[in-house]
Design a protein around this ligand. Structure first.
Ligand SMILES: NC(=O)c1ccc[n+]([C@@H]2O[C@H](COP(=O)([O-])OP(=O)(O)OC[C@H]3O[C@@H](n4cnc5c(N)ncnc54)[C@H](O)[C@@H]3O)[C@@H](O)[C@H]2O)c1
Length: 327
């Protein structure tokens, strides 16, 4: 059985997607640069769980390095049927401090992956990660696929929207079937240390203050990792139908249930059994007041149906964190 190439396999979402593919008997070639945007020990620990499993191989490759990517994939491309491309420089705020990293990983890296996909003669489907941030600070909610996505408020968002446009052009010119998934604030065990739920949990358990913005009124459509993984696999199994102008589709993968940061803090306090000490700051540059996914197309076309409520997902995260961090 040909391997499925998963980029960003040592990342939060990628490691769970790889696990789910292995669970259903598929073979996975994981690619990741293991960069130090956050503690590489966490990426290695995620990988360790995968490396013991039948059907998993890993290659440390930087997708922005064209020559390295080519030689890393050369032997598998002739037989590759599916690629799940999740590697990227994530994070909205860091894109203001370090824009070059986003141009490299998200623009050059995405372009290189499209070039690789073109060279895979049997490729049936490339699924890639986009983001809710492409909707910018839109006041019209929920965010729907036919809403304009041309006013990014961060460079991160701009690179993700650019990825979608690059993909649309390649799907049309080279008839490369693709699906872009706009993820909405994904959280859960083994999650990313740069995200609020992780930082809040760590600080609360260490007795440190947490920093909230705009009185905690910002709202996010927090989406649990298991729901996201189910959506990624459902998308993978349903390439765009033939017959249209371009074999490319976009979907929102969110929870359709926005919650405030105050509600997030309350859920974390309950799961930790401790109260947070809060310091409030104004909303930072690049952030948006609210996200909310319209998932009607994902429900209809992918059978996507998120089930995990914030309190439950946060309980799972806090239980994992206490064990991982030994606190
Ligand atoms: N987690 C979320 O809430 C969220 C929301 C919207 C979109 N996304 C997107 O989903 C994808 C996965 O996100 P995540 O939360 O798992 O992030 P993550 O940072 O945990 O995973 C991304 C992985 O990509 C790897 N990577 C980065 N640059 C690379 C490069 N040049 N070459 C090879 N590997 C590289 C990193 O080492 C990391 O392991 C990303 O594309 C991200 O932009 C995530």
């Amino acid at each position: 059985m040909p391997e499925i190439i998963v980029t960003g396999a040592a990342g939060f979402i990628g490691s769970f997607v790889a696990t789910a593919l292995l669970d259903r008997g598929q073979q996975v070639l994981g690619i990741d640069s293991l960069n130090a945007y956050y503690d590489p020990a966490l990426k290695k620990a995620r990988l360790q769980r995968l490396e013991g499993r039948n059907g998993f191989r890993f290659r440390q490759v930087d997708i922005a390095d064209e020559a390295a990517l080519k030689s890393g994939l050369e032997d598998v491309l002739p037989e590759a049927h599916h690629i799940i491309h999740l590697a990227a420089q994530a994070g909205v705020r860091y894109s203001i401090q370090q824009p070059e990293d986003y141009v490299r990983a998200n623009l050059n890296g995405h372009f290189n992956m499209l070039q690789m996909a073109r060279q895979a003669p049997k490729l049936e489907h490339l699924v890639y990660a986009s983001s809710s941030s492409v909707y910018g600070a839109s006041k019209k909610v929920p965010f729907a696929l036919d809403d304009a996505a041309d006013h990014p408020v961060s460079l991160y968002a701009a690179t993700k929207r650019a990825d979608e446009l690059l993909s649309i052009s390649y799907s049309r010119i080279f008839w490369l079937p693709q699906t872009g998934l706009r993820f909405f604030t994904v959280y859960g065990p083994w999650g990313r240390p740069d995200m609020a739920y992780y930082k809040f949990t760590k600080a609360i358990l260490e007795g440190q203050p947490i920093e909230t913005y705009a009185g905690g009124a910002l709202q996010r459509d927090f989406t649990y990792i298991d729901d996201i993984v189910a959506g990624v696999l459902a998308a993978l199994d349903r390439p765009p139908p033939v017959g249209g102008e371009e074999p490319h589709r976009l979907f929102n993968l969110g929870n359709d249930s926005p919650e405030s940061v105050n509600a997030l803090v309350t859920a974390i306090e309950a799961a930790c059994g401790r109260k947070a000490q809060r310091i409030d700051q104004p909303m930072p540059l690049g952030d948006v007041p609210k996200t909310w996914a319209d998932i009607s197309a994902s429900r209809q076309e992918l059978g996507y149906s998120p089930t995990v409520k914030l309190e439950e997902g946060i309980r799972h995260f806090v239980a994992w964190y206490r064990e991982y961090a030994k606190v």
